[in-house]
Write a protein that binds this ligand. Structure first.
Ligand code: PGA
Length: 256
């Protein structure tokens, strides 16, 4: 099955509305000829609506960096799936390690978010990944397996779309990326787990991205691995020329 890879930029807490629009105006022409990979931008909530307007009818898609699981109600400060849809978002990142570790997000929270996104017709980008201590203790696979099991508990994946991002915590924002072999090893394992938990068809349909210090000079190694369907990129997604170069090189591998 042909999975069109995704090159997604996670801007985290960066860029004002004006800066976000400036970025869009810069990257649109730089990526106009790229057909073999999908470019997705995940700005802060505050920029979603304006960016959604600017991206309408273009080749670039948009996602949020988080979501709350209720559609509406007394949840001060939270943003719901229908609200995200309203901005033109197609995706939402859930369970990013910064939220798990600094904001104490649990697997249960993540599970509720995944379900509510799917219900609203949005695509979750579910992040999983082990810490350095967990890897050194030989528990990386077990940790990722549990995050997957809990995060996707009671999720009906029939006909829905889901993206998984494997982001080892020690590789995020550190400049120390996982080797492409280690990333392939874990991502192959994730696909195998999905096949066992859901179905072979579902496992072959789901895109699984690698994230953690992806740059223009290492994207090709990751893209050359059979199970890696793109990347979730923080630091190197903040400059339009850098993200466009990553997308261009990723497409080069896809096109062989
Ligand atoms: P990084 O971040 O590319 O800056 O390592 C990746 C992420 O947190 O998604």
């Amino acid at each position: 099955m042909m999975r069109i890879p995704i090159i997604a930029g996670n801007w985290k807490m960066h860029k004002t509305v004006a800066q976000s629009l400036e970025f869009v105006d810069e990257i649109l022409p730089l990526t106009a000829e790229i057909k073999g990979v999908k470019v997705v931008l995940c700005p802060p909530f505050t920029a979603l609506y304006s960016m959604g307007q600017r991206l309408q009818g273009t080749h670039i898609e948009m996602g949020a960096q988080d979501v709350f699981w209720a559609d509406e109600g007394a949840y001060t400060g939270e943003i719901s799936p229908p609200m995200l849809k309203d901005t033109g978002s197609k995706y939402a990142i859930v369970g990013h390690s910064e939220r798990r570790h600094q904001l104490k997000e649990t697997d249960e929270d993540v599970n509720q978010k995944v379900k509510s996104l799917l219900q609203a017709g949005l695509w979750p980008i579910l992040c999983v990944g082990e810490t350095l201590e967990q890897r050194q203790a030989g528990n990386a696979r077990q940790v990722v397996k549990e995050q997957l099991e809990e995060g996707l508990k009671d999720v009906d994946t029939t006909g829905t779309d889901l993206v998984i991002a494997y982001e080892p915590v020690w590789a995020i924002g550190t400049g120390v990326n996982a080797s492409s072999e280690d990333a392939q090893d874990m991502i192959g394992f994730i696909r195998q787990e999905l096949a066992g938990k859901f179905s072979q068809e579902m496992a072959e349909r789901v895109r699984i991205l690698y994230g953690g210090s992806v740059k223009a000079n290492n994207i090709e190694e990751f893209m050359s691995q059979p199970d890696i369907d793109g990347a979730l990129i923080g630091g190197a997604s903040l400059q339009a020329d850098s993200l466009a170069e990553i997308a261009r090189r990723a497409e080069g591998i896809v096109n062989g």
